[in-house]
Design a protein around this ligand. Sequence first.
Ligand code: BGC
Length: 681
Amino acid sequence: MTLEEKIAMLHGNALFSSAGVPRLGIPELTCDDGPLGVREEIKRFDWASANWTTDSATFLPNGSAIAATWNPVMANKYGVVIGEEANARNKNIMLAPAFNICRMPLCGRTYEYYSEDPYLNSQLAIQSVKGIQSQHVAACVKHFAANNQEFHRDSVNTIVDERALREIYLPAFKAAVQQGDAYAVMSAYNKVNGYWCSENDFLLNKVLKKEWGFKGLVMSDWSGVHHTVAAANNELDIEMGSSGPYDQWYFAKPLLAAVKAGQVSVKTIDDKVRRILWLIYHTSMSANHPEGAIATPAHTKSAYDIASESIVLLKNDANLLPLNAGKIKSIAVIGDNATRTFALGGYGAGVKARHEVTALEGIKSRFGKTASISFAQGYKAEYSANNTDAQNSGYDQPDKNLIGQAVALAKTTDIAILCIGSNREYESEGHDRKNLELPFGEQALVDAVTAANPNTIIVIMAGAPYNLNEIKKSNHTIVWSWFNGSEAGNALADVLKGIVNPSGRLPFTFPVSLNDSPAFALNTYPGKNLTADYKEGILVGYRWYDTKNINPLYCFGYGLSYTNFTYTDLTTNKTNYQPGDKITVSLKVKNTGSVAGKEVIQLYVSKLNPSVLRPAKELKAFKKMMIAPATTAAVSININAGDLAYFDSKLSTWVVEPGQYKIMAASSSKDIRQIVTIIVR
Ligand code: BGC
């Protein structure tokens, strides 16, 4: 290959591709977003729709919904669907999954990301990647690293100590690379500790490629490159971006010049090309490359399975759920979100959904034969991610007329199902939310409808934490759903009807107040002078709330079921362990109710008398299990004693401190059921 041919492979030649070498039969590399499904085809050189009629796809539940399943099998299903649909559209790389840690509740991409916990993220990331790549499509995991706010995302310098990087922000990337064998990584827009992620020697060279042995390629985020020589020598492999002229990009003519001037070696260029070829051999040029398929019944089933395991029952104090369809003659379905679709909206990747079942459609299909179902809009969702704040002003005001109509309707029905929350305009890439409040004057609607109908069920569809203080205080029945994909309405209706027993658990903490959350308590968001100093270090998410004794509104790992589970007989296979040992934790979990249900058994670990700061507890393992009614399941879960280590920044190594550790078997991070103490020597 000539140097020119090689360099042509190292930068975009269109919005979502980079060049091959036709002379040698090396194909173009094609990629596409993204987290919610294979995005609609856009024009080769601009972001406008290509207006294809064959690019509709399965809309998969958003990242925090996948995380709420607490089920890696669901992440794998997600990946397989994405991979099969990517093949049918001739895409070699899917720009997914995205799993930056949910550090700050207002981050606009919280809905796209998974959770606030590195272990939960890791388990899901591994399986998403494996699912995608099982179809000979590369997963490009993103955004590496510490891209936890959208405000100033392309200029902010994240200051984060190495311990927090190693314990919180990097583990899921490491797991995706080492256990998931991800073929590609996307560098983030921001700087980490003074260096752009696209030219960060520590992240890309030292950690990713040298320490983790990453064999694949590093691709920049779109227009996220800042220098030619620094990026090339610090292990960025491909520059991607939005608009041309492509030959002027950092990794085009300037890179050729830098090689000729001796600033970047031919060996460095060859390494990048070799990585691209390696990826091509595993994807578009792989043997037995699958053809792929779009929106098959199996894909719809996967979307349904994920959605139905993601829904979180937050409150069921009146035992109103599951609804007794035989007794209900009339249902008022209220709220803009009952008829809204979520596949598209805001900035960032969406999906032209082949189909998307709304809540109203789902409720009609599950209850329509036995009950009359009527709809009232309840509120107007007048907010656009493209608007200025001034243009959006007033978006939070209730609409008295719509509330009046909703109340009039709710007074006449047996049940009111209120579908509120946010939408894809309100939660969007490129912006953070301004506060935790429910938008569109929804609280006023909730209050009015609840007063009019004592059998009001609150269904909240959103992708991130909100202020639910009032609703938690005043409402007896609260269900949390998400931007839940093509089958969202069916899954929701099946949960309401009890065809599905809810088993979702919150993937992040809902704080009582924004000021309780670390970034706000320490005044580090959005940062000063374009610097976000992650002063809370390792105390992210429940690690912060628990260690500081701050009670959350809803804690990490929380979610109810239509049955109850008791935990007994917690033991470990030994009492004393060496750091290389496997700790086998056993317990019995009994379903004491009359319906089958899935319980998420969570194992948290805490070091007793640590010599360094340790979080009050850390999730080290979990298992989701279906347990039949009145049945006791024997549960066995392994933890590597080595995973009890903390990262010692001074020694730059992981250290398993000898001493006592508490292992807590829990139904949520605040609901510890059983404790056993072990010793590591
Ligand atoms: C986003 C990426 C995305 C890329 C291409 C960027 O703005 O941060 O997540 O993959 O655009 O659409």
